[in-house]
Design a protein around this ligand. Structure first.
Ligand code: UGA
Length: 437
């Protein structure tokens, strides 16, 4: 495979992972980011996002001379045969993806792109964006390609280097093969298609995952009603390869920077196109209702003398949207915290990933430095992120601090036996203590 000259515009978790991994595959990669501070730090191999393996890969790329960082996206694009757009596409007004960053970079690079260059949309963008970017570029001698990422935060490097599949959409077969060729060193099925199908594949994947999670969370409620065990039921159905066992772990609702944004964006474009997709709306509504029910459960178990949560102190363990990341974007933990706060609870929270970054959450809760501090005088402990270290907490110390000995394990991952030894009552989702032995 000949080494390519690649520009990656945007060094968020998708862009930086893409750049560093492509450099590790032997390509020459220039990553551009408008933030001078970030570029300065990346030149020193200082990676500010929590992504296992990424700092090492960035350092290796810098040492090899195949990876560099600049501020000027036009300068990076001018020498590239492939330009990856890895830009934020936040949820805009009305739920649609906001494409302002993609549009502004397209304007910056349009006049400098070398003839024959492939401009690749890597960010998740609505169907039709490749066509829109082609219009904005106004460069018929270049091709816009859709090559969506399927990277999970916290596993992005692993997912990039061991993909389940590589999807490349282009309306010119040469360009699709050129982009697929960048990944030739990786063993994965390649799906070559048109741009609209590639763009829709990404939304369909995230929606399907969200649907599976809403299904599992709803099923957990059904299990509770019929004294069934959600763990047994999901394993039981998961052995059927048509269903699959992954992504069926009940939790405090699904969140993060992608699933909520992408399901809402898909719903919006379907509505705009006049397409009914009731499953999509039900998936989102189920998530909201599931979280409401979990809050209700805590309120019922921890209420003060007046029957409400007003002034009741609660300990929250975990705020990140999942373990392995410090990302709080659309975190289900924060959604639940907000509802508890609205009911008047005083929240004390600990998350191992936030000890250094210490985000300002003061209007919602008090961030503390260890779990026992969060538990001091609390009427209950709510576990919201499945940090492995919570398994080995000193639960005796937590029990001594708690005013009422109850732990809501909204990730169903703690060992109820250990909690019981410490004198703590365990409450999971969709299963009872007797089912956990
Ligand atoms: C998600 C997708 O999994 C990736 O394939 C996709 O590339 C990425 O979005 C993206 O669009 O960039 P990510 O946002 O990192 O990845 O998070 P997930 O690992 O999918 O978790 C999403 C949410 O579902 C989290 O809140 C997690 O805790 C929850 N979850 C996941 C469960 O509650 N149960 C499970 O069994 C799995």
């Amino acid at each position: 495979m000949p080494a390519r000259h690649i520009a990656v515009i945007g060094t968020g978790y998708v862009g930086l992972t893409t750049g560093a991994c492509l450099a590790s595959l032997g390509h020459h990669v220039v990553c551009a980011d408008a933030d001078p501070h970030k570029v300065g730090r990346l030149r020193q191999a200082q990676v500010d996002i929590l992504e296992p393996g990424l700092p090492e890969l960035v350092a290796e790329g810098l040492d090899s001379g195949r990876l560099s960082f600049v501020q000027d996206s036009a300068g990076a694009a001018a020498d590239a045969d492939t330009v990856f757009l890895c830009l934020p596409t936040p949820m805009g007004a009305g739920g649609a993806a906001d494409l302002a960053a993609v549009e502004s970079v397209a304007a910056e690079i349009r006049s400098v792109l070398p003839e024959g260059c492939a401009v690749v949309n890597k960010s998740t963008v609505p169907v039709g964006t490749a066509e829109r970017v082609a219009e904005l570029l106004g460069r018929p001698d270049t091709t816009v390609v859709s090559n969506p990422e399927f990277l999970r935060e916290g596993r992005a490097v692993h997912d990039f280097l061991h993909p389940d599949r590589i999807v490349v959409g282009a309306d010119a077969p040469d360009a699709a093969e050129h982009v697929a060729g960048l990944y030739a060193a990786l063993e994965a099925p390649v799906v070559l298609t048109d741009t609209a199908s590639a763009e829709l594949t990404k939304y369909a994947a995230n929606f399907f995952l969200a649907m599976k999670l809403s299904f599992a969370n709803n099923l957990a409620t059904v299990c509770e009603r019929f004294d069934a065990d959600i763990a047994a039921v999901t394993v039981g159905i998961g052995h059927d390869p048509r269903i699959g066992g992954a992504f069926l772990q009940p939790g405090p609702g699904w969140g993060g920077s992608c699933l909520p944004k992408d399901t809402h964006a898909l719903l919006t474009v379907c509505e705009q196109a006049g397409v009914e997709f009731p499953l999509l709306r039900a998936t989102i509504e189920t998530n909201v209702e599931h979280q409401r029910q979990l809050v209700e459960r805590v309120a019922a178990g921890c209420a003060g003398p007046d029957g409400s949560l007003r002034g009741v102190r609660l300990a929250l363990l975990g705020l990140a949207f999942k373990a392995g990341t410090s990302d709080l974007r659309d975190s289900p933990a924060l959604a639940i915290a907000r509802q508890l706060r609205e009911r008047g609870a005083e929240l004390y929270a600990y998350d191992p990933a936030l000890s250094d970054t210490r985000p300002d959450l003061s209007d919602l809760l008090t961030l503390v430095d260890d779990p026992a501090q969060a538990a001091a005088g609390a009427a209950g402990c709510v576990v919201l992120t499945e940090w492995p270290q919570f398994h080995d907490l000193d639960w005796n110390a937590i029990a001594r601090q708690l005013h009422r000995p109850i732990v809501y394990d909204f990730r169903n991952f703690l060992d109820p036996g250990r909690l019981a030894e410490a004198g703590l009552a365990w409450q999971g989702i969709g299963r009872t203590l007797s089912m956990t032995g």
